[in-house]
Design a protein around this ligand. Structure first.
Ligand code: SOE
Length: 393
């Protein structure tokens, strides 16, 4: 009997557009999942480029106006892989049209928009998911299992650094990630967002924060053409309207302490997404640049044999890993998107309305709670003191 299917439309044809397209192509080849995605429509602003993209990645049709995607009757799922400034309108229109919504991170920028988006998907009774893709790195899903099983004991510290260097050069030109209207913020919304989600996923809710931020280079060459994290310069200059670096401290509801550092000005650090969790029975360390490994220190190891152990999370016993290659045949960045889409399909299959279907992925409430933490960081910086984090129900 033929597998059940759902028709997917993806909005976005750049860095994330490629990552998501690749995930839809692969998911049913490597995972037994129902429904299976049918790549129905791709949407991008420029018709010619979008047509080319559709051909290259195997999308059945293309659109150059996202409103058409929401009004098409043959679409079941809308996947939003655009700059954050567009998420709000697209997600609400998609939900109102009864489509399941999969949205790139951060969900949005303001608390009002986050609440509106959450209300819209809840009211529509559709599945909603935010693509915090690091949750489905096998080593991180394993960390989640170990913490939940009590293997680490009480969590005391969550210490996160997300370092990149692509803005170090003052000659690096403007792109949407440096404009507040398109990106909301810089390192805070782009990078801290991942670690705020990770902290909530692994440790629990954050109650209070205090932060600081800086824009080291206030003006840059105007944008010529940009793709992913590269760009060429156009004519003149433009003011940068977001932060280059944002650091903050956090108090968790369960008593743990957190520290977060995000910057795009750390020469030599490319996608240095690293966190360390110190607990009463041991510690865990993850560094995305060695994403197949989870480091574990176990206080119960005998004296003289203690030390960090490197667990390669690539065996059949590890989350997701058994669907790919034999042990030690490592996974990469793109696999995280396949895992996320697998979770999306499972959630739609279960059709648990108003949620991410009980999946390991974040739903819109998680996305909105992450916005609340980032928003509190901004408030604390504006007011020069600790700020309480609003709770989203
Ligand atoms: C750029 O900083 C970026 O691509 C982010 O937008 C992603 O969310 C992160 O995972 C990697 O870096």
């Amino acid at each position: 009997m033929a597998a059940k299917t759902v028709n997917v439309a993806l909005i976005g044809t750049k860095f994330m557009g490629k990552a998501h397209s690749n995930a839809y192509l692969k998911v049913a080849k490597f995972f037994d999942v129902e429904p299976q995605p049918v790549m129905k429509a791709i949407c991008g602003r420029h018709a010619d480029e979008t047509a080319e993209f559709a051909k290259r990645f195997g999308w059945e049709s293309y659109e150059s106006d996202w409103h058409n995607i929401c009004s098409r009757k043959d679409i079941d799922v809308v996947d939003i892989a655009t700059p954050g400034g567009l998420h709000h309108d697209m997600a609400i229109a998609a939900a109102k049209a009864g489509k399941h919504v999969f949205c790139e991170k951060p969900l949005t920028f303001s608390m009002k928009d986050a609440r509106d988006m959450l209300a819209a998907v809840r009211q529509a009774g559709v599945v909603h998911m935010v693509n915090f893709n690091y949750r489905v790195v096998p080593a991180i899903a394993l960390a989640k299992q170990m913490i939940a099983a009590g293997e680490l004991g009480e969590v005391r510290h969550f210490r996160a650094t997300y370092l990149q260097d692509w803005l170090t050069d003052p000659k690096f030109p403007m792109n949407w990630r440096l404009r507040k209207d398109a990106a909301g913020s810089g390192s805070n919304g782009d990078l801290n967002a991942h670690h705020v989600d990770m902290a909530r996923f692994l440790v629990g809710e954050i109650d209070e924060v205090v932060g600081m931020k800086k824009t080291f280079i206030a003006e840059r060459p105007a944008e010529g053409r940009s793709a992913g994290l590269t760009a060429t310069a156009g004519e003149g200059t433009e003011k940068v309207t977001v932060d280059d670096a944002t650091l903050f401290l956090a108090k968790f509801a369960n008593g743990a302490f957190g520290s977060f550092e995000a910057t795009r000005m750390a020469p030599g650090r490319k996608n240095y997404n690293r966190f360390e969790i110190n607990c009463s029975k041991g510690s865990l360390v993850f560094n995305f640049e060695e994403m197949n490994v989870l480091q574990h220190y176990n206080c119960a190891d005998p004296p003289g044999r203690q030390g960090f152990k490197q667990i390669m999370a690539t065996e059949g016993v590890h989350p997701y890993a058994g669907n790919w290659w034999p042990p030690g045949h490592v996974l990469g960045y793109e696999h995280t998107f396949v895992h996320a889409v697998y979770e999306l399909m499972k959630a739609i299959g279960k059709s648990a309305p108003g949620s991410a279907g009980g999946s390991i992925m974040a739903d819109f409430r998680d996305g909105a709670q992450c916005v609340a933490v980032l928003d509190a960081v901004e408030h604390s910086i504006d007011e020069g003191k600790w700020a309480r984090v609003e709770k989203i129900n």
